[in-house]
Write a protein that binds this ligand. Structure first.
Ligand code: NDP
Ligand code: 8X3
Length: 249
């Protein structure tokens, strides 16, 4: 059986992607810090084997340990890595920002992706035409007001997708970068530190993307023929024109 590793599988895009990839017949390796959520997901997703592990992608040694300790049958059959774990913390001018928020974003969105890629690429190399998929953002294409450090972190993801496409070319590993616009997940609740009203207001007056929209995009990417590599997809709500401009009712 072919397996897919998904980081940040306890919520939003990651959890929805787990369902879509299982529908395509993949076994799953689901990683996140909230292990109880992964346990619930594991009980729901019964069509293929589901391996779960508690992981903070910011911790390099833990990333190495989780990947090194995968059962041999799984480690020999990793065909997909989805680097999805990520977050924004805070929104506002840089001079009023908090360095602890910047560190969380940079450690998770950039370093976490580096640690995971470094640990998993040796497994992907066993299989020509395997996939490494990075979840960047419209914030990785453009900068919007108050987005400074989050946008910088997602620009870094965009750059790393391009770099990995070069590095992994000799191994025929396909690298895809996905840049979603506004999607209704727990993203804004995390960004605004549990302020549910502010989080909800982000999605008022227009129909936001849902997690399944991104999961279906990932399912499309991985189900292309071997000779087709989807390099980069920007996907936004119909009511969004760029990082800043929305048509709200
Ligand atoms: P959610 O908040 O719903 O999900 C984020 C996931 O990331 C959770 O499963 C969380 O798991 C995981 N995560 C966060 N930090 C860590 C960590 N240190 N180690 C391991 N897992 C971690 O948001 P989304 O599903 O929307 O976000 C997924 C990705 O999509 C992120 O990279 C985000 O930046 C990006 N994105 C989101 C958009 C949106 O509008 N929603 C648009 C564009 C991109 P846990 O807390 O259990 O560890
Ligand atoms: C999340 C979407 O528009 O807040 O990456 O940057 S946005």
């Amino acid at each position: 059986m072919k397996y897919a590793i998904i980081t940040g599988a306890s919520s939003g895009f990651g959890a929805a992607t787990a369902k879509e990839l299982q529908n395509l017949g993949y076994g799953l390796v689901l990683l996140a810090r909230r292990i109880e959520r992964l346990e619930t997901l594991q009980q729901e997703l019964t069509q293929t084997p589901v391996y779960i592990a508690k992981l903070d992608v910011c911790k390099e040694n833990d990333v190495r340990e989780v990947i090194d300790n995968l059962p041999q049958e799984i480690a020999n059959n990793i065909f997909i890595l989805v680097n999805n774990a990520g977050l924004a913390v805070g929104r506002g001018p840089l001079d009023t920002g908090l360095s602890e928020d910047w560190n969380r974003m940079l450690d998770t969105n950039i370093k976490g992706l580096l640690y995971m890629s470094h640990a998993v690429i040796p497994l992907l190399k066993k299989h020509p035409f395997s996939h490494l998929i990075n979840i960047s953002s419209i914030a990785g294409k453009e900068v919007y007001a108050g987005g400074n450090v989050y946008c910088a972190s997602k620009h870094a993801v965009d750059a790393l997708s391009k770099a990995l496409r070069i590095d992994l070319l000799p191994h025929q590993i396909k690298v895809s970068n996905i840049a979603p616009g506004a999607a209704e997940t727990e993203f804004s609740l995390v960004r605004f530190k549990g302020d549910a009203d502010t989080a909800q207001s982000v999605y008022e007056g227009f129909e936001a993307l849902q997690a399944t929209d991104i999961a279906q995009t990932i399912a499309f990417i991985v189900s292309r023929p071997a000779h087709v590599s989807i390099a980069d997809i920007t996907i936004m709500p119909s009511a969004q024109a760029n990082g800043s401009l929305f048509h709200k009712k």
